[in-house]
Design a protein around this ligand. Structure first.
Ligand SMILES: Nc1ncnc2c1ncn2[C@@H]1O[C@H](COP(=O)(O)OP(=O)(O)OP(=O)(O)O)[C@@H](O)[C@H]1O
Ligand SMILES: [Mg+2]
Length: 242
């Protein structure tokens, strides 16, 4: 099967800071791939290339049969609209209600009427089991609820691909499970392809079909979580705590 995402020999430096030194990875359609690795190892930089928030110094970023790193203008915008992105830190607008946070996206990018948008928002909130938060202010939500709502907003436009940057960081184990289970449901119920950046073993264990471990700008190990955890490379033993 043709990969949904294929990154080939990606290099990216910021001045003298060589962050990615030839990263290659593939994501099969309908699978969830985790990218793990220490803080500052380049995980966020890596997935920003998938939607051209960053341009590579060299290498290729394929999304289906499109070269994301070469697209410009409307063609790029059209592809981006098929990709949901949950940014590190969550990013709901606190000045708007939960529903307005969704409407902001739906109003701009769909031709749905007001009533249809309301139905869609209710459907999305029901999907993450937070339908009662329609009128709530994001500031009044728990960390886990914010993540679930940000996730629901991420899928508002029916993306084919979801990018999650640390979706469970800072959450208690119960919320980690809730959010990770949602990522699994995206795969199993909506046939979504996902890339999940995470430090979180529980999240990787629940959600990831495959794990890529990034270290000093290269994928040092790649396999199931079990295989990566059993690696005898010292950098991985160190990361997974012995
Ligand atoms: N826009 C930028 N300009 C300059 N340097 C950057 C930029 N974005 C990232 N970097 C640098 O690239 C390196 C990797 O950053 P990145 O955010 O990808 O790390 P990370 O693996 O996501 O870490 P964390 O787990 O802490 O989120 C860091 O040294 C960072 O300072
Ligand atoms: Mg990061």
């Amino acid at each position: 099967m043709k990969p949904a995402v294929r990154i080939v020999d990606l290099h990216k430096s910021f001045g003298a800071n060589e962050v990615l030194k030839g990263v290659s990875m593939e994501v099969e359609p309908g699978k969830t791939v985790a990218v793990m690795g220490g803080s500052g190892s380049g995980k966020s930089v890596l997935i920003k290339h998938v939607v051209q928030l960053l341009l590579p110094d060299s290498g290729e970023v394929w999304y289906g049969d499109k070269r994301m790193d070469l697209l410009r203008g409307k063609e790029l915008d059209d592809q981006r609209l098929t990709i949901g992105y949950l940014f590190q830190g969550g990013a709901l607008f606190d000045s708007m209600s939960v529903a307005e946070n969704f409407d902001f996206v739906l109003d701009r990018h769909t031709s749905l009427t007001l009533a249809e948008r309301k139905d869609r928002i209710e459907e999305l909130l029901t999907w993450v089991e937070l339908e009662e938060k329609f009128n709530a202010s994001p500031a009044d939500l728990s960390g886990g609820q914010r993540k679930r709502i940000a996730l629901a907003r991420g899928i508002a436009l029916d993306p084919k691909l979801m990018l999650f940057d640390e979706p469970t960081t800072g959450l208690d184990p119960v919320s980690v499970r809730l959010v990770s289970d949602l990522i699994v449901r995206l795969r199993d119920e909506l046939d979504m392809t996902s890339i999940v950046i995470t430090h979180d073993l529980l999240c990787a264990e629940i959600a990831a079909d495959h794990v890529n471990f990034l270290f000093e700008g290269l994928i040092l190990e790649s396999g199931t979580l079990d295989e990566v955890q059993r690696s005898d490379k010292p950098e991985l033993r160190n990361f997974f705590g012995g």
